[in-house]
Unconditional design. Sequence first.
Length: 268
Amino acid sequence: MSGHTRVAVVIGDPVDHSKSPAVHNAAFAASGLDWVFVALRVPAGEAAVALAAMRTMGLAGMSVTMPHKEAVAGLVDRCAPLASRLGAVNCVARDGDLLVGHNTDASGFVSWVTHAGCRLDGAVVAVVGAGGAARAVIAGALDAGAARVFIVARSPQRAAAAVALDSSRCVLVDMQRVAEASVVVNATPVGMAGSPGLGVPASLLRPDQVVADLVYHPVETELLRAAREIGAVALDGRGMLVHQAAHAFALWTGVDPPLAAMLAAVET
Ligand SMILES: NC(=O)c1ccc[n+]([C@@H]2O[C@H](COP(=O)([O-])OP(=O)(O)OC[C@H]3O[C@@H](n4cnc5c(N)ncnc54)[C@H](OP(=O)(O)O)[C@@H]3O)[C@@H](O)[C@H]2O)c1
């Protein structure tokens, strides 16, 4: 590091478990960039201070995680269209002196599954969950041309907000209709270490489906094991983690992201 080293950060609370430093520092090294990435714990309610620090200290990029994604959407100088539609920002990039909010969870979801050979254009996509990640997945799927998005959610208010992303293509359904989808996404914490379960009954999975689980700890969730056993394509959440980070990396640096190095950093 030198006086020229550029600094990017992730803000959140908690943040000490974050894999972003490993992924981004691997990407900077693989690209030969004099950049460094650190995780900073910023308590709830303090996002404005973090954004002011970004301006004052000339931070080159910022990732944003819980609990700040909605607050930061109201603090940047402007939001890119997708972030604006979602009202949530997970990446802040600079445009000259302006701070611009992006949502790379949505674009990261799309590049994750399309890189794995899955077609979203014209697809019926079933999303289980209606929280922040689910909404990003739904918006990404809609932008990528999904014909229908089935939403399975237990909280009526959150479900309604998710359907409102595009009420002509999104529909709130019972779990049973997951069987009709060609792409099935778990966007709940079910399956995480400490939160066991499938989330989607195995009887609803089909061999011609792509099953994507946002959970990445453990890498192989019960849902993904069931999907593999039935012959479906099973995608683990590390892919989304890397692809959303890759989009942030490109926005900050203007350089093509070194995906292989980023994936390797997550795998180790
Ligand atoms: N791989 C990645 O890069 C990536 C990125 C973002 C998120 N994630 C993961 O995605 C998951 C969701 O994150 P989030 O930010 O969207 O969280 P969130 O905003 O808290 O939303 C969680 C959603 O899951 C539902 N849910 C929670 N427990 C459930 C259960 N036992 N049964 C059925 N539904 C349940 C919630 O329903 P209620 O509203 O009714 O509680 C809500 O709809 C987390 O595991 C997170 O780690 C991964």
